[in-house]
Design a protein around this ligand. Structure first.
Ligand SMILES: *[C@@H]1O[C@H](CO)[C@@H](O)[C@H](O)[C@H]1NC(C)=O
Ligand SMILES: *[C@@H]1O[C@H](CO)[C@@H](O)[C@H](O)[C@H]1NC(C)=O
Length: 493
C-alpha cells in the first residue's frame, strides 16, 4: 500500500505542475489536519502578547553543558504545518533569548504563510525576523561555512522536506564544512509510517548529524522502536549506521492562542467539535452520525430538538420552546462528507477557515471529540493535531484511556474528559449534557456496581468544564517540556 502510493506520488511529481498540485493536495490530506482557507478576515483580538514565562529552576538541568548551536534555520518547503514549525521557532526564540550565550533564529518558508498564518505570527510574537524563502536555504547555509554560519537546520515536515533533493543538497553543504563547523539537522515528523524520506536517514546518521523531533510522544516511541530494531539488524551495514543513537525528542505544537470567549461554568453542553480532515477511514463519522440519529430518535428533547417529522427527507428541527440551547456537532476540517438528511440542522460543517477564524471557532467549543476509527494509525504511528488544537484553544477533549496512553501530553484530567471505551462518544455526550448516566446504563444493562458504571460516574463527577487556570497549567507544562527539549538540541544532548 505504502509503496504503491509512493510510486504514484513520484510519478505525479514527474508529470508536471498540474499533477504536482494534486500531489500537494494528497500530501495535505495525508499529513495535515489543518483548515484550508481563503476565507475573509475576521477581527483577531489584538491585545494579547506571548506570555509563556516559566520558573527557571526546572530548566537548569541542561545548562551545565555549554551551548553548541547559535544560529538556527527553521525551514520548510511544504505549504502546510506553519503552526507546527513556528511553534519550534517560538520556543527557540524564548530559550535563546534567555541564554547568556544567545543565538538567532531564521525562518525559511514558502513565499507566504497561507491561511493568514502571518496574523498569528505577528499577534503571538512567534518570530521576530523576516521570513526568507525556503528555496534560498541551501545558499544561505553555504554562504558562511565557518564561524557565524548556520549550525542548526530544523526542517518543518521531514516527510516532505528531507526527500531526495534537499537531503542531497544539504549533505553536500554538510560535507563541504570543516569538522569544527558541521551543522545538525532536526527533523520534525508526524507519521512513522510515511517512510519515503526515511531513506535519507542512514547518510545523516552515519555523520552523526540528525535528530528526530516528532510532535507527539507515541510517534517518538514508534521511531525509537524502529531505530532499535534497525540497530539490531542481522545486516552488518544496517547495524553500523548508528540508528541506536539517533536522538528522538518531542516538541508539542501548542501555541499561546488568545481566547476572547468567556463561558459560564454552569452552561449546558451544546457545542461538540470533531476537528480534522473528513476521512471516514481516520474518523468514525458514520458511526457517530448513526449513534446520534438513534439517540435523537429516542429522546429529541434532551438534545434540544422536536421529534422528526413524518414527511420524506425530514430533518430534526430545533425546539425553540426549550430554555437550553440545542446541541450542535461541528465538523471543522477539510474534504467533503455527506451529512444525513435527518441531521442537517444538528451537524454544522466548517471548511476553508483561516487560522484566526479557526482558533476563534475552535475556542468557542465546549468539548472536542477525536472520533478516531478504532484501527487507525492515530494511536501508534501518526500524530493527530486535534489534541494540540484543543489544548491551545482551552477545549476539553473527550478521550478513552487508550488515547491518554498514546497522547501523553493530554494524559491529565485538566485537559480531558475520560469515558470508558464501552460508552460511545454520543452516549458520553448525552450523559454529560443531561448530567445523568442512567440512559446509558439502563439501555446497555451494565450494572451500576460495575467498573464501567463507576468510570461513568467518575466522568460525570469531574464534569466536562475546565477553568482557565486548569487549561493554562496544562499548556505551561507543555511549554516547559518544549523548552527543555530545545535546550537539549542547542547543546547536542
Ligand atoms: C545490507 O543492507 C544494505 C543496505 O540496505 C544492502 O545494500 C545490502 O544488500 C544488505 N546486505 C545483505 C547481505 O542483505
Ligand atoms: C431528499 O433530499 C435529497 C438531498 O437534499 C434530494 O436529493 C432528494 O431528491 C430528496 N428526496 C425527496 C423524496 O424529497
Amino acid at each position: 500500500m505504502l509503496t504503491m502510493l509512493t510510486t504514484r506520488r513520484q510519478r505525479a511529481v514527474a508529470t508536471g505542475c498540474s499533477l504536482f498540485l494534486i500531489f500537494l493536495i494528497w500530501q495535505f490530506v495525508s499529513l495535515n489536519e489543518y483548515p484550508i482557507s481563503v476565507a475573509s478576515v475576521k477581527l483577531w483580538p489584538s491585545s494579547t502578547k506571548c506570555s509563556a514565562t516559566m520558573p527557571l529552576e526546572e530548566l537548569e538541568e541542561n545548562l551545565i553543558v555549554p551551548q553548541k548551536r547559535y544560529r538556527a534555520a527553521v525551514a520548510s518547503s511544504f505549504g502546510f504545518h506553519f503552526d507546527v514549525y513556528l511553534a519550534v521557532v517560538w520556543t527557540l526564540e524564548r530559550v535563546m533569548g534567555r541564554s547568556p550565550t544567545g543565538g538567532v533564529v531564521e525562518v525559511y518558508a514558502p513565499a507566504k504563510f497561507g491561511w493568514q498564518f502571518q496574523t498569528i505570527v505577528d499577534t503571538l510574537g512567534l518570530y521576530h525576523g523576516e521570513a526568507k524563502q525556503s528555496k534560498d536555504l541551501v545558499e544561505a547555509i553555504n554562504a558562511n561555512k565557518g564561524d557565524g554560519g548556520i549550525d542548526l537546520v530544523v526542517l518543518g515536515t521531514c516527510e516532505f522536506d528531507l526527500r531526495k533533493k534537499w537531503s542531497e543538497e544539504l549533505l553536500a553543504a554538510w560535507d563541504a564544512r570543516d569538522a569544527e563547523h558541521k551543522f545538525k539537522v532536526v527533523c520534525i515528523v508526524h507519521n512513522v509510517r510515511d517512510s519515503t524520506w526515511q531513506q535519507s536517514i542512514p547518510q545523516w546518521s552515519q555523520r552523526n548529524a540528525i535528530r528526530i523531533l516528532p510532535i507527539a510522544e507515541h510517534v517518538a516511541a514508534a521511531f525509537k522502536k524502529t531505530f532499535l530494531i534497525n540497530a539490531d539488524s542481522p545486516n552488518a551495514t544496517i547495524r553500523s549506521i548508528g540508528y541506536e543513537d539517533i536522538p528522538v525528542d518531542v516538541h508539542v505544537p501548542v501555541l499561546d492562542v488568545p481566547l476572547a470567549v468567556e463561558r459560564s461554568p454552569s452552561r449546558i453542553l451544546s457545542n461538540a467539535v470533531i476537528q480534522g480532515s473528513f476521512s471516514t477511514v481516520r474518523r468514525d463519522y458514520l458511526a457517530i452520525f448513526s449513534d446520534l440519529k438513534d439517540s435523537l430518535a429516542r429522546d429529541p428533547k434532551v438534545w434540544g430538538y422536536l421529534p422528526l417529522g413524518t414527511e420524506k427527507n425530514a430533518s430534526y428541527a430545533v425546539d425553540t420552546t426549550l430554555p437550553d440551547p440545542p446541541f450542535h456537532l461541528h465538523l471543522i476540517g477539510s474534504g467533503s462528507l455527506r451529512i444525513p438528511q435527518e441531521l442537517k440542522n444538528v451537524v454544522a460543517v466548517h471548511t476553508k477557515l483561516s487560522y484566526p477564524d479557526f482558533y476563534q471557532l475552535m475556542g468557542s467549543m465546549d468539548i472536542c471529540v477525536p472520533g478516531f476509527a478504532s484501527g487507525n494509525w492515530y494511536y501508534d504511528a501518526q500524530a493527530s493535531s486535534t489534541f494540540a488544537m484543543a489544548v491551545e484553544c482551552d477545549v476539553p477533549i473527550l478521550v478513552t484511556q487508550r488515547i491518554r496512553n498514546s497522547y501523553t501530553y493530554v494524559d491529565d484530567d485538566k485537559a480531558v474528559v475520560t469515558r470508558p471505551a464501552a460508552m460511545r462518544e454520543v452516549e458520553a455526550l448525552h450523559a454529560l449534557r443531561t448530567r445523568d448516566a442512567s440512559d446509558f446504563l439502563d439501555r446497555t444493562g451494565i450494572p451500576w456496581d460495575s467498573y464501567t458504571a463507576r468510570a461513568v460516574v467518575d466522568m460525570l463527577r469531574l464534569g466536562w468544564t475546565r477553568d482557565k487556570g486548569e487549561a493554562r497549567a496544562v499548556k505551561e507544562k507543555i511549554w516547559r517540556a518544549n523548552e527543555r527539549v530545545v535546550q537539549r538540541i542547542l547543546r547536542d544532548l
